[in-house]
Design a protein around this ligand. Sequence first.
Ligand SMILES: C[S@@+](CC[C@H](N)C(=O)[O-])C[C@H]1O[C@@H](n2cnc3c(N)ncnc32)[C@H](O)[C@@H]1O
Length: 212
Amino acid sequence: MKNSYICNCSKPNFKNNYSYWEDRSSTSDEKEIIHHLKKNINLENKKILHVGIGNSYFAQVILNKNIVFGISVSSHEIFKANNLNLDNYKVYLCDKFSTNFYDLFHNQKFDIIVDNNIKSYSCCKMSYYYFIDNLFKMLNDNGILITSRKGMNWYKNIVPKLSFNFKKLFHYKLKEISGNSENIMSLEEAKFISDKYSLNLNFNEKICLFEK
Ligand SMILES: C[S@@+](CC[C@H](N)C(=O)[O-])C[C@H]1O[C@@H](n2cnc3c(N)ncnc32)[C@H](O)[C@@H]1O
């Protein structure tokens, strides 16, 4: 079954079998977030949501007496994540802009939410605001949502493209194409969001943190 949306923008059917970031290296954005979390936050007994699991490096280094939920639009990333057989790592093929994301998590609260590309891939303002409204409501009291300053400036669209390599033979992968520069998330916008949801905003040159 396809994802459903509150907007009419055309999108790939992410329920199809797409490869994306499963064999690529983690971004420096994600590594900076991991560094910040490990250095500054007690991660024990925390319920964590990772939006955009990529190659699952995040879960591999963060899992320790905690639980990580992850989502991705690539079934190959999900397949890789499940094959790691990590305890307390639960992953879902789910588009964060869809109503399916709400259905999946609306009755859950997370202590830590990580999304290094909050706005990067959004199709329109309506779905973007719908997503962040859902996201911030999933934040536990005293919870934090952490993103990357580099990721805030990144904006791409992803489209399926038939591709070939000797490992995967013919397959569809999600290819990045140029996106909408309105998907740059400025610090002013981060401040606006933190006011709207009554959060404290902290940032340095690498990360941006919303605290409840
Ligand atoms: C550029 S990759 C980064 C992967 C990893 N977070 C890292 O930094 O190395 C973007 C990730 O976001 C996921 N993603 C992109 N659009 C998404 C959406 N609308 N909903 C959920 N995940 C999405 C992709 O599946 C992929 O895991």
